[in-house]
Design a protein around this ligand. Structure first.
Ligand SMILES: *[C@@H]1O[C@H](CO)[C@@H](O)[C@H](O)[C@H]1NC(C)=O
Ligand SMILES: *[C@@H]1O[C@H](CO)[C@@H](O)[C@H](O)[C@H]1NC(C)=O
Ligand SMILES: *[C@@H]1O[C@H](CO)[C@@H](O)[C@H](O)[C@H]1NC(C)=O
Ligand SMILES: *[C@@H]1O[C@H](CO)[C@@H](O)[C@H](O)[C@H]1NC(C)=O
Length: 396
């Protein structure tokens, strides 16, 4: 406990060092307040103008180009809700994370330069004009969704799901969820996609985090991390930190949309990734965790509601009127970790910020069991808590 507070403090001080220079802030903000547990500092909108727009382009080890954008010049800061409004930036180890491991991972190894972007900037995937046009042409049907409004064998279903989800019933409130998923590389054809993700539903908005094969978004067939934000009923939606409705990232060294190592079915070596969407109790800020590291956040007022009322974990594919794409490893589960796409050690953060590791109140849902299947908690040959086997072949 003590060491985690220390870690938090170090992290926080590191941050001040990082951004202090960039933002031209006086040292005056390093007062006793910042040394308190729930410290925050406020940065005025005008400061954005003060900053020099530091830009350069760097490449990941996979050859993807990212632009290093000044922290305060991220697209999300252009959202109307961020205008003329004090921006509260909280650096704190959030209460809902207390039980999870603190991970000081450094993502420098993902970059050709071994470091990532300069301090005070964050990497944003460079998109071409064509990609922007494509992204803007997303139809409603194309957009990521939760499974709750879908029924079994629905006609003209361009979306398919195989998920484990909170049962309907008594209205509950959640302040976060986590999962570990092994990464596969399902086959998809343009403009389809196949995602393995966690979906947190607010009344109207939602957040998804996981990995996706999405040639329309990423112009290739690789499995890449993604986070998707829908703020509210009528608001526009956004992948990663690419637009005003998206997440605000904080790490100079983590490339959202980066290529993930993939599992080969049958091989012992598994590549897994840990994802968390967690609300900070003190500030109401929602955080994205990947690998146990805080990657970025959404201020509470980005959403119309402050807490989630539904959560699901699993696969979502979009078929675009074609034979549907693979999900997960591309096979139905055989109940063996080495052969299956799995999601495990899922947790929920309850209304009182207690962590629920059992997540008992769940049901499985697949809208078409000829294409995609899912099972909770059957047999597992590795020591894990909850395990969800999901996935399936293409062509339904
Ligand atoms: C920094 O300090 C100077 C003088 O002490 C003050 O005029 C200025 O407004 C301060 N800047 C910020 C960003 O607080
Ligand atoms: C599900 O459908 C209801 C009624 O049509 C609608 O109000 C609600 O927003 C939908 N929920 C989602 C998550 O799409
Ligand atoms: C993705 O894979 C399909 C075949 O599996 C291929 O036709 C297509 O060109 C690939 N797309 C990209 C962007 O690499
Ligand atoms: C998953 O949970 C099990 C049981 O608590 C634990 O032994 C294991 O270390 C966890 N796995 C990871 C990767 O956190």
């Amino acid at each position: 406990m003590r060491s985690s507070i220390l870690m938090m403090l170090l992290f926080f001080l590191g941050y001040i060092v990082c951004f202090g220079e960039m933002t031209n802030l006086n040292n005056s903000f390093v007062d006793e307040k910042t040394l308190q547990y729930f410290s925050d500092f406020k940065i005025k909108e005008e400061l954005k103008v003060v900053n020099k727009h530091v830009t350069n382009i760097i490449k990941t080890i996979h050859g993807d180009s990212y632009e290093c954008v000044d922290f305060y010049k991220q697209p999300a800061f252009d959202h109307p809700s961020m205008k003329n409004h004090l921006f509260h930036y909280e650096r704190l180890r959030i209460s809902s994370l207390q039980n999870s491991e603190t991970n000081n991972e450094n993502f420098g190894y993902l970059w050709k330069n071994g470091i990532g972007c300069p301090t005070g900037t964050v990497p944003i995937k460079k998109v071409t004009k064509d990609e922007i046009l494509r992204l803007n042409s997303f139809s409603e049907k194309y957009k990521p969704q939760g499974s709750w409004n879908f029924t079994y064998n629905q006609i003209d279903n361009q979306h398919h799901f195989a998920v484990s989800r909170i049962k309907r019933g008594k209205r509950k409130v959640y302040n976060g969820a986590t999962m570990i998923a092994n990464t596969y590389n399902p086959k998809v054809k343009f403009p389809q996609y196949s995602s393995t993700r966690m979906h947190i539903q607010f009344e109207n908005g939602f957040i998804q985090a996981g990995y996706t094969v999405n040639p329309k978004l990423y112009s290739d067939n690789k499995s890449r991390t993604f986070v998707y934000t829908k703020r509210g009923l009528l608001s526009s939606q956004c992948y990663n930190n690419m637009c005003t409705d998206g997440i605000i990232t904080v790490r100079p060294d983590f490339p959202l949309g980066s290529v993930e190592e993939i599992c080969v079915r049958g091989r012992k070596k598994r590549y897994v990734q840990r994802y968390g969407l967690l609300k900070d109790k003190a500030s109401g800020t929602w955080w994205l965790d990947i690998s146990g590291v805080q990657i970025g956040f959404w201020p509470e007022d980005m959403f119309q509601e402050s807490s989630a009322n539904n959560v699901e974990w699993g696969g979502e594919v979009y078929s675009a009127h074609m034979p549907s794409p693979q999900m997960g490893c591309g096979y139905f589960s055989v109940g063996r970790v080495r052969y299956d796409s799995i999601i495990y050690n899922i947790t929920l953060v309850e209304e009182n910020f207690k962590i629920d590791e059992r997540v008992k109140n769940r049901e499985v849902f697949s809208d078409n069991i000829y294409g995609y299947r899912v099972a909770n908690d059957i047999y597992s040959d590795i020591p894990v808590k909850n395990i969800i086997y999901y996935g399936g072949p293409e062509n339904i």
